[in-house]
Design a protein. Structure first.
Lengths: 299, 486
């Protein structure tokens, strides 16, 4: 931390001068970060503390727990069907992000590499559809699946497949734009030379381009994973059986009535849900910064 | 396809056949290469986004709302059923109030046990036999597949609706509830006559004539029966906020706050995110830089919906952490401006780590030589930042800022999960101080004060136009779309 610049030996700066020099050089960075970290982390500290607080109510929770116990976790796992919710959330989120990455990458490939009638319309259309407030569509989706469920119960209400299908309706979206931007940064000469060597369009896509755009695939996968885990509006209409809920729907039910009794269980559930997200985040972190920015910078 | 064929759903058969033919054509032909890559995503997009949106658009020109849901015949059935009075020999049923969908908002259904023990489900259409229901010791149905039993607490909240609810059982008869646990079948006092297309009240002798423009039965003095039917009302839903002063005032008030909310949120996350990124951006070695980066991003990795709910609890007046830490006693979600400040603070907390990630990436892509050259030429640190770094940064960040603005304009969760739109002025329970257009629309469409679906659909068209306009204008000015025109 000490300033590393050489200093004439005859001047012996006072402690105050040294502190001022430290602040002026890099110290202010640490001071700013201290303030930012307090703002960023105190709610998270509060969740952790509330999850450990054995009384499990909001009014008895504080920033630093007075006593520590796993009571909330035990209660969460035994009194509710949290295990089933958790499995549902992870399964739906993983399936949705995998399928979305694949469908979106295919679309980004043709939008980046081919020129065809309806290309501009398609690109603008994807943005436009996203801007329509989707939740009103719940009524139409409800009517649609009431009919579908009568004939194919395996994709009707209360099924993960049905909910996944609805989510996949949004597979082509802003994410496709992000991916297309990244595809554009890969020089066309690469696929042209492969085509000269006899590669088909599918070989160019799978063997040449996909490995080169891994960062953006990782980022879109992560973004979709996070937003699927967080989605609760459609899920709450779609999944009604206690065992078929996702974590978002289940946790919302715990605190929906504003009463503070279930607060400890809710906090414990929140932390458990953060674990897979953090794991995916940690695993993909080296891709994130380049994936987020390159597509946007090149447009 | 076979279940559809068996059920005689010819429209469904046609759709499935057309989709199958399209798939075969695209993948078997050697041409149409782009279509091979676009088809799966596009089919899903059409089925689960475009069709629902078109359906919403089509209802925006109707009076679809509570009391105007179905066809005229259903309205007549409902009028006759809901006017029933208890007769001497009325059949008594054991009642369980249930819903299709969530208990608080789903369509009401009466689960009934007849005196002979048979279980029925009764909705606005009529009675159907109920299979697989679990019956308690008193003969009351406790659970039935496909229905949510409404617990007593929530039934109280919907009691007005339950009292009005009636199940038609035939011409001139219907089932109504008496309390939440029993129901009776009685005889109608209001009777429809097809010859005059009117409903006559046999007790008062009043005649209500059908008005096919408004979708209701209207008496000579202008009184309307509550049960109507769905009709086309043209642009009435769209002009309503211009012609109706109450809706007009709330619409423009909400619109102003909505724009302010999106703008301040975007500016806030940009300022904090960029500030943190600049703080950590130095060519020298900075002790703990990696640790700082990971800790700052931590809020982004927490489940956002849960963090909104957590913040709501932290702003709780009586037990909330914020009041306890600050030693204040502010009714955060009870005062309009306190609630607005709280919602904005929460939204900045949720959003700044993402902006920090993006700004870090953008800063790293700016060549350091440019700034160094400016400094050598005598520019101060601030001047170099203003004239070199910031303009280059904005080129990369502008599309993301536009996207953030558009996202926050419709940020349903940020408001619904925290203040739920409140606090509400005493004279208008439909439009709160922190309501965004989207939460206001949601309340109109699914709220407890009676669903006004047609009007909500019209509003969502407005939201769509506003957001699209803002986004297209600003994206067009940024470089992001240049390539599309190439």
């Amino acid at each position: 931390m000490a300033p590393s610049s050489p200093r004439p030996a005859w001047s012996r700066p006072s402690a105050a001068r040294r502190a001022a020099a430290w602040v002026g050089r890099d110290g202010w960075r640490h001071l700013v970060m201290l303030v930012v970290l307090v703002f960023a982390l105190f709610p998270i500290l509060f969740v952790v503390s509330a999850a450990l607080n054995p009384l499990g109510t909001l009014s008895s929770s504080s920033l630093v727990p007075r006593s520590v116990g796993a009571d909330n976790l035990v209660e969460l796992l035994t009194r509710t069907r949290f295990g089933a919710w958790y499995a549902n959330s992870l399964l739906i989120a993983l399936a949705n992000s995998a399928a979305t990455v694949f469908l979106s990458a295919m679309a980004a490939y043709v939008f980046s590499r081919f020129r065809f009638a309806g290309r501009r319309l398609g690109l603008y259309g994807l943005l436009m559809v996203q801007m329509f407030p989707q939740f009103l569509a719940i009524v139409a989706i409800y009517l649609m699946f009431s009919v579908v469920g009568e004939h194919w119960p395996q994709v009707g209400f209360n099924t993960r497949t049905g909910l996944l299908l609805v989510y996949l309706g949004g597979a082509l979206s802003v994410n496709t734009w992000l991916m297309k931007g990244f595809f554009d940064t890969v020089p066309r000469e690469l696929d042209e030379s492969a085509q000269v060597d006899g590669a088909s369009h599918a070989q160019v896509f799978f063997r040449i381009l996909l490995p080169l755009v891994t960062p953006v695939l990782a980022v879109v996968g992560l973004l979709v994973f996070i937003s699927t885990v967080n989605e609760f509006l459609i899920a709450s209409v779609f999944l009604r059986d206690p065992g078929a809920k996702t974590v978002a729907v289940g946790l919302y039910g715990m605190v929906a009535d504003q009463r503070d009794a279930n607060f400890g269980m809710f906090s414990a559930g929140t932390l458990l849900l953060a674990i897979p997200v953090l794991a995916v985040f940690w695993y993909l972190q080296r891709y994130i910064v380049s994936g987020l920015t390159t597509g946007a910078v090149k447009g | 396809m076979f279940p559809l064929y068996a059920a005689g759903q010819w429209l469904g058969v046609g759709v499935v056949a057309a989709a199958t033919a399209l798939i075969f054509y695209v993948y078997l032909s050697r041409r149409a290469i782009p279509a091979k890559y676009l088809l799966p995503g596009t089919l899903l997009l059409v089925a689960f986004q475009i069709v629902p949106v078109v359906y919403t658009l089509s209802t925006s020109v109707t009076n679809y709302s509570d009391g105007h849901r179905g066809a005229k015949e259903q309205a007549v059935d409902q009028i006759e059923a809901s006017s029933v009075v208890r007769t001497e020999d009325a059949a008594e049923y054991t009642l369980t109030v249930a819903a299709r969908g969530p208990a608080a908002t789903g369509e009401l259904v009466f689960l009934l046990t007849a005196p002979d023990g048979t279980a029925y489900a009764g909705d606005a259409e009529g009675l159907t036999r109920l299979e697989g229901a679990e019956v308690g010791p008193t003969g009351r149905i406790t659970e039935a597949p496909g229905y949510t039993v409404i617990p007593a607490g929530e039934a109280n909240a919907r009691s007005a609706e339950i009292t009005k609810f009636a199940v038609p059982t035939g011409t001139g008869t219907g089932i109504r509830s008496s309390g939440f646990s029993s129901a009776y079948e009685g005889r109608s006092t209001r009777v429809y006559d097809a010859a005059c297309d009117c409903v006559t009240d046999t007790e008062t002798g009043r005649v209500y004539t059908a008005d096919d423009e408004r979708g209701a039965f209207v008496a000579g003095n202008g009184d309307r029966l509550a049960q109507g039917w769905q009709v086309n009302v043209g642009v009435a839903n769209f002009t309503r906020f211009l012609t109706d002063p109450v809706t007009g005032t709330s619409f423009f008030g909400i619109l102003a706050w909505n724009i302010a909310f999106a703008a301040v949120s975007t500016a806030g996350v940009f300022a904090v995110g960029l500030g943190v990124a600049l703080t950590l951006h130095t060519p020298r070695r900075l002790a703990g830089r990696t640790a700082y980066r990971l800790l700052v991003v931590l809020p982004y990795a927490m489940p956002a919906f849960a963090m909104f709910l957590l913040w709501r609890s932290m702003f709780n007046t009586d037990f909330g952490l914020v009041n306890r830490l600050l030693g204040t006693d502010v009714d955060w979600f009870g005062e309009p401006w306190a609630a607005r400040a709280a919602v904005l603070a929460i939204n900045v907390w949720i959003g700044f780590p993402y902006m920090f990630l993006v700004a870090t990436g953008a800063l790293q892509s700016i060549p350091r030589e440019l700034v160094q050259a400016a400094r050598i030429d005598g520019a101060g640190a601030w001047q170099a930042f203003r004239s070199i770094t910031l303009p280059l940064l904005m080129v990369a960040m502008a599309p993301i800022l536009v996207a953030t603005f558009a996202y926050n304009f419709n940020n349903f969760n940020a408001v619904w999960l925290t203040t739920a739109g409140g606090p509400f002025p005493p004279d208008n329970p439909m439009a709160g101080a922190t309501d965004l257009l989207i939460t206001y629309t949601y309340r109109l469409a699914f709220g407890v004060g009676g669903a006004q679906y047609g009007y909500a659909a019209a509003l969502s068209v407005f939201i769509f136009l506003i957001v699209t306009l803002i986004s297209l204008v600003s994206l067009r000015r940024s470089a992001a779309l240049e390539e599309v025109h190439r």
